[in-house]
Ligand binder design. Sequence first.
Ligand SMILES: [Zn+2]
Ligand SMILES: [Zn+2]
Length: 336
Amino acid sequence: MTISEAPRLVGDERIDVVPISYPDPGAGQLLLRVRANALCGSDRGAWAHGADVVPGHELAGEVVAAGPETRTSVGTRGVVYLMVFCGRCRNCRRGMTNLCLDKQGDVGFNRDGGLGPFVLVEERVFFAVDDDVPFALATMLLDVMGTSGHALDRAERLLPDVGSIHVVGAGPVGLGTLVMARIRYGDDVPIAVSDVSPERLGLAASLGATVAVAPHEVGSLEPVDLAVDSSGRTEARAAALAGLRKPGVLVCVGHGQELHLDVSRDLIATERAVIGSEYFPYGDLERNLELLRDHRDAVARVITHTFDVAELAGAFTTFLGGGSGKVVVTQDGVAR
Ligand SMILES: [Zn+2]
Ligand SMILES: [Zn+2]
């Protein structure tokens, strides 16, 4: 057992540092020393209301102990897939680990996560990353590249020749969608981005958005083949749907509010589709690692701030202020 101090969010934007005991890894488990963890919009609840476990689900680290029946050696670097999928159910066998029917937990939500010094995980949710990829950059394989890449995959099943895109919301997943779409479709495909934050619109423009507009200007955009909503807002989704060509696809990635459909107008007469996309299959990590290696600089620009874990409060304030890109919390000053 390893006892180490970890930040506990107790609500009202307060952090207590408390000793946490990390058990030795059991069969099939790895103990990781966390080196970097990116903050996510879904950490907002823990910051405001507290959490029973140490939050953090976009983490990279290195293996410091490996339990029996594992093949990963101590010292291996890698990232952790949020969902502790079973690996055996029908969906896992189909590669849909993001829809596991017998999920054992979610790292950082009901198991101690990446804002602490260590994380104990099942080997099957660990994904090894080469030593030349810095830890902070490696965290981009998760929500930023993974979630947005899967959203594009989902859309392509219905619309293989995407010619224009509207990214709704320029938070980390929206910016990730912008970057992944640029990588995938090249410079000639117009990509519009809309968001309430002028800072984030500026960031979107610097990351390759063709046009970056406030929500009230969305009606003036050219119609697009594909809209990806990461805002989770009813109005934004409705506007995105209304701005689709026929046919067109709206992929909802951001959890949040409702969307009301006039089925005849919105779906039948226009042959549009509204689909959801949840996290991403574990198997996508392989492809996304290759993309990360080939487009390292473009992906790295999604990270706008890096804080040592000692400055965790500042990291949260900066990130939840809504004007940043991805904020990464590092440990031991290792942001390599
Ligand atoms: Zn996240
Ligand atoms: Zn499963």
